[in-house]
Design a protein. Sequence first.
Length: 161
Amino acid sequence: MDNITWIRFPRKDGSTQFKAFLACPRCNRKRWVWKARYTSITYTGLCSSCRGGITGSQNIGGKNGRWRGGRYTDKRGYVSVKLHKNDLFYCMIDHHGYVYEHRLVYAQHLGRPLTAEEVVHHEDRNKVNNDIGNLRLFHNSVEHTVYHAQQRRLQKACVGE
């Protein structure tokens, strides 16, 4: 094996793993490499950028068997849409590159990205009905909460009559 200095990294379970700071043979970019990876048969020495099509990139987007057109419904029932980097509303994405569809629809209606503080409300409370006529914009979560409190009071008043 090459003359490499391996640094011990303890794990939460009490075991240890080793890493070394190595340079990519193609681009000379330095990065941390796990010893287990270094000693594997498939290790090429290349960084992830230089490795490119060798691993991973062939499964991006439409080439992945689980790709559903860049659109999914999350656990809370909201529809999320994948945006591309050249999209005007790309600044609204989460860390996975998705934005809630109702926020995107309202931003497109306004012609500008929404701020993180702005809240888009579904009037009929149907989270998948993202028609612009069903959406209402609040400047912040306080306004949205006050609106819901007023709606509950009105509903109680109507029921009480």
